[in-house]
Design a protein around this ligand. Structure first.
Ligand code: UDP
Length: 267
């Protein structure tokens, strides 16, 4: 009897201590990270890689690897993905299509990109859920805020597809909206440029980069970070934005670790 009691308490002790060690390691890993919950905004065009259209599988895999790195550090990752590599409502409208119809096509394009990213992440063994703002239940979960937060808490990457679910908006607006809803610490806008410059660095050789800039200065100087609706929503909700080069390996990890790369827009 005494042996049995000892055995039970030893087992309990082992389970408790193993669990505690696991949580301590996890907590230590997360502690090193500057941001605990992030919203990563990827444009559809970024997925094209060097192609003119569609999805470049090499680029997609690279992104999945980058995202995996930060989930392994315990960072909670939500992603909003654009659709510009497939369809933009505005360009549809300029060629005579009804704008709302075109925007619906654009929103569906973001779901296609979301599915591709989900697949790439799952190939890297990263648990992922795709939530869509438009009902498409056979393909993606509907967007339910509490459920999204629960997925994040369980260490799943949540991809938000379908933009805001409304025409006349962009996925930048969707990114800010979702970031606020899930109480993300920051929006990371992954681009092919390494930050915000005084003018377009791809056109102007004399352009200089900002390390930090206030929301007000961005507006005053007329710099393009996001469309005005998205940008103002971020400003009003005091949600910082970091613009950084997503195409350089290791950059995403550096940003979430608090390294000063890219440009941070703050109050
Ligand atoms: N879109 C929309 N409502 C939204 C988000 C997107 O109607 O809330 C449509 C719009 O037509 C847009 C397209 O989806 O042009 C693709 O999104 P976006 O242009 O933001 O993609 P990105 O530039 O990030 O690739």
């Amino acid at each position: 009897m005494l042996f049995l009691v000892n055995h039970i308490s030893l087992t309990t002790f082992l389970i408790t201590s193993t669990t505690s060690i696991f949580f301590i390691i996890f907590a230590l890993q997360t502690q090193n990270m500057h941001y605990k919950r992030i919203l990563l905004k990827l444009s559809g065009e970024a997925l094209m890689g060097d192609q003119q259209y569609g999805i470049d599988p090499v680029r997609l895999k690279e992104y999945a690897e980058e995202i995996k790195q930060i989930t392994e550090k315990g960072v909670e990752v939500a992603i909003v993905i654009g659709g510009g590599n497939i369809f933009r409502g505005l360009s549809g409208a300029s060629s005579g299509m009804d704008r709302v119809q075109g925007d619906h096509m654009g929103m569906l394009a973001t779901v296609i990109n979301g599915l591709a990213l989900q697949s790439a992440l799952e190939n890297e063994e990263v648990p992922t859920r795709l939530q869509s703002a438009i009902n498409i239940n056979e393909v993606a979960e509907p967007f339910i805020r509490r459920k999204a937060i629960r997925h994040l808490e369980k260490g799943r990457v949540v991809i938000f597809g379908g933009g805001t679910g409304n025409p006349y908006f962009t996925t930048d607006s969707a990114a800010v909206l979702r970031a606020i809803e899930i109480s993300a610490d920051v929006i990371l806008k992954g681009t092919r440029v390494d930050g915000i410059y005084t003018s377009d660095p791809e056109k102007d050789k004399l352009a200089t980069k900002f390390d930090f800039i206030s929301f007000e200065d961005v507006l005053q100087k007329g710099l393009k970070v996001m469309d005005t609706t998205a940008f103002t929503l971020s400003q009003e909700n005091e949600l910082p934005i970091i613009v950084f080069d997503m195409n350089t390996k290791g950059n995403l990890l550096k940003v979430v670790s608090g390294e000063k790369i890219g440009t941070k827009v703050n109050l």
